[in-house]
Design a protein around this ligand. Structure first.
Ligand code: NAP
Ligand code: COA
Length: 268
């Protein structure tokens, strides 16, 4: 087991799904955990969940597209728990749509949440990170490495996130800050999978295409993040690491075509 007693973990987008699972993993390992997302109700519920795991927990609502709001949330976290040991940036937006069906605003929304949001979270946190020693974990997706129909916006956004990871690993390495990306595979009971595999048949097809022959669990992602935040990963930076049962090795770029066909049928 990892021991995060007394450590401060901040999770941007940490109020549901995979990111809340990551926050819970750290909370159960003894960390003080602060979560941030747009919805005040989701923040309150997530803080209750984390406290019931025995953790000291706090939260604030902010949109990652708003630099000042993100900075205020980080300042509140720093006021509560001190320098940040592990910073997770996981807020994201996704919907399946062919490029021709995405408006300028739709494309911009996803780019701004994922790419600009990651930039805001990292740069607003910079002065509050433990130096040396902090570990930054950006949550990416298989779309960063596999081109997929219906995902031009997400492919562009997550590839951008991973290049921020690599660039800031270079810039911040000398100060003892490590920066890595994690690529979750298909994770059970998440908003992402509800959007991209909206029927039992689609979920079954995904499960069948994973070399390990199972859908991932939130805990699978949390376990990798706890490793990345720990001293065991002390020489690991600038990496983009899948935790996906091998899915990205076997993922056809046309995986979403049945979902897109369903959307086409609804249009007519
Ligand atoms: P999710 O539950 O919808 O998680 C997204 C989180 O980000 C929520 O807490 C949401 O809360 C917050 N958020 C969204 N927009 C935000 C904004 N503009 N500002 C601040 N917070 C914002 O989805 P998920 O499926 O678990 O995905 C979590 C992460 O894993 C994402 O980065 C996703 O790309 C990645 N991922 C997911 C899968 C999968 O199988 N689901 C696979 C690969 C990668 P609010 O609504 O309160 O803002
Ligand atoms: N297909 C095409 N365009 C879509 C769409 C879809 N399914 N869903 C939203 N859009 C477009 C909207 O039409 C709008 O463009 P327009 O103004 O030209 O009409 C644009 O995206 C912004 O939508 P809006 O709902 O105003 O944005 P938002 O900032 O409130 O929400 C989203 C951002 C669209 C990404 C929303 O889905 C979201 O909040 N997602 C977070 C949760 C999530 O995606 N979880 C899974 C992570 S893997």
């Amino acid at each position: 087991m990892f021991d995060y007693s007394g450590k401060h973990v901040f999770v941007a987008g940490g109020t549901s799904g995979i990111n809340l699972g990551i926050a819970q993993g750290f909370a159960e390992a003894g960390a003080n955990v602060f979560v941030m997302s747009r919805s005040a109700d989701k923040v309150a519920a997530a803080v209750e969940t984390l406290k019931s795991a025995g953790a000291e927990a706090g939260g604030a609502s902010a949109d990652v597209r708003d630099h000042d709001a993100v900075a205020a949330a980080l300042a509140a976290a720093h006021g509560s728990f001190g320098d940040i040991d592990v910073l997770v940036s996981g807020a994201a937006g996704n919907f399946p749509a062919r490029a021709n069906d995405i408006s300028s605003n739709g494309f911009r929304s996803v780019l701004e949440i994922d790419v600009l949001g990651t930039h805001h979270v990292m740069t607003a946190a910079y002065s509050l990170l433990r130096k040396p020693g902090a570990s930054v974990i950006n949550i990416s997706a298989p779309q960063a490495v596999v081109a997929m129909t219906g995902q031009a916006h997400v492919c562009a956004a997550k590839a951008g996130v991973d290049m921020i990871t690599r660039t800031l690993a270079l810039e911040w390495g000398p100060e003892g800050i490590r920066v890595n990306s994690v690529i979750p595979g298909p994770i059970d009971e998440t908003e992402g999978m509800r959007r991209l595999a909206p029927t039992p048949a689609a979920m079954a097809a995904v499960a069948g295409s994973v070399p390990m022959k199972r859908i991932g669990q939130k805990r699978d992602v949390a376990n990798l993040c706890m490793f990345l935040g720990s001293d065991f990963a002390d020489y690991l930076t600038g990496a983009v690491i899948p935790v996906d049962g091998g899915w990205s090795l076997n993922l056809p770029g046309t995986a979403l075509d049945p979902v897109l066909a369903m959307l086409d049928a609804r249009k007519h």
